[in-house]
Design a binder for this molecule. Sequence first.
Ligand code: PHE
Length: 341
Amino acid sequence: MKEQLEAIRKAALEAVAGPQATADLEALRVKYLGKKGELTALLKQMGGLSAELRPVMGQLANEVRAELEAAIENQAGLLERKAMEARLENEALDVTIPGKKVRMGHKHPMYSVLDEIKDIFIALGFEILDGPEVELADYNFTKLNTPADHPAREWSDTFYLTEDSNVLLRTQTSNMQIRAMESRELPIRVLSPGRVYRKDEVDATHSPMFHQIEGIVVDKGVTMGDLKGTLNAVIRRIYGENTVTRFRPHHFPFTEPSCEMDIQCHKCGGVGCPTCKGEGWIEVLGAGMVHPKVLQNCGIDPEVYSGFAFGMGLERLALGQYKISDMRLIFENDVRFLEQF
Ligand code: PHE
C-alpha cells in the first residue's frame, strides 16, 4: 500500500503542476481526491490492514492528501493571477492616444433671431409669456371675437383634437392675448412666441407647423400711435435704422381697426424684384387695436382701457435676416446647413 500511495503522490503532484485552465485542475482534484478518486479508493482498503500498519498508512495517506490539496490550491492561485494579468493587459488604456474632438452644437438660426427680438421687447418693458399649443377653441377663436360659424374655424384649415371642435392645435399665438389679459394685472405688456399649426402642405414658404410672436399692450389711453411707434422702433432695430415701413388697412376679427405692416424691399429699394415678388414691399406682421368685444370677453372695460396687439411670423423673419430662400431648411435640421450660422 505504501508503494501505491507514493505512486499516487508522485503522479498527482506532477499532473497538478501542469494544467493551464481552472477546469482541468478541477478535473484532477476529482480524479485524486473526489468521492470516487484514486486516493479515496485506496483509503477504503485500509480496513484490511493489520492493527500496526493501519495508523502508519493512515498518517501517510493524510500527508499525501494534504500535500495534494496544497499543490492544487497553489496551482489555482497561479492560474487566477495569470487570468488577472491577461485581463489587465486586454483592458489597458493608452492614455497617449489623442482624444476625439467633441463637436459643440450652437443656437439654431431661427432661435438666434427670436432671442434678438425678445431682447428688443424686454428692453421696452415687455414680459415674455409662454402658453399652450393644445388649446381650447374658446381661446383660439371664440373669445377672440371669432364665432363658431366663422370661416377661419373650418375643419379644412385647423387640426382639431376632438369631434366637437372644442380642442385644437392653436392656429395662431393670439390665444395668448386672452390668456395674458385673464392672468395679468393691468396694465400689461406681453410678448408670447410659440408654435402654431395649420393644415398647410409643405413647400418653400409653408409648413403645417410654424412659429409666431404675439404681442399685446393694454393700458389706459393706448392709441394707434403707440402701435405704430412701437412697431416702427422694433422693426428698425431688426432690419436697420433706415428701413422704410408702411401700414395697410386689413381685417382681423379681434382687432379694430386692423392693419398689416410692410417693409420696403431691402433688395430693390421698392422698385420690385424676385425677393418681394415684384411688390416692392414685404409684409412683416398683422396688428391692430384690441377689439372692444375682446377686452370685454376678458372682463376689461373698453371705456377705460384700450390696447394694441400684433402677430408676426418668426420663420419669415429668420429667412429674411439670413437670406435663406426655403423655409424647409429651417426645419430639416441638416447640420451642414445649420453650421453656416
Ligand atoms: N393672429 C393673426 C394671424 O395669425 C395676426 C395678428 C395678431 C393680427 C395680433 C392682429 C393682432 O394672422
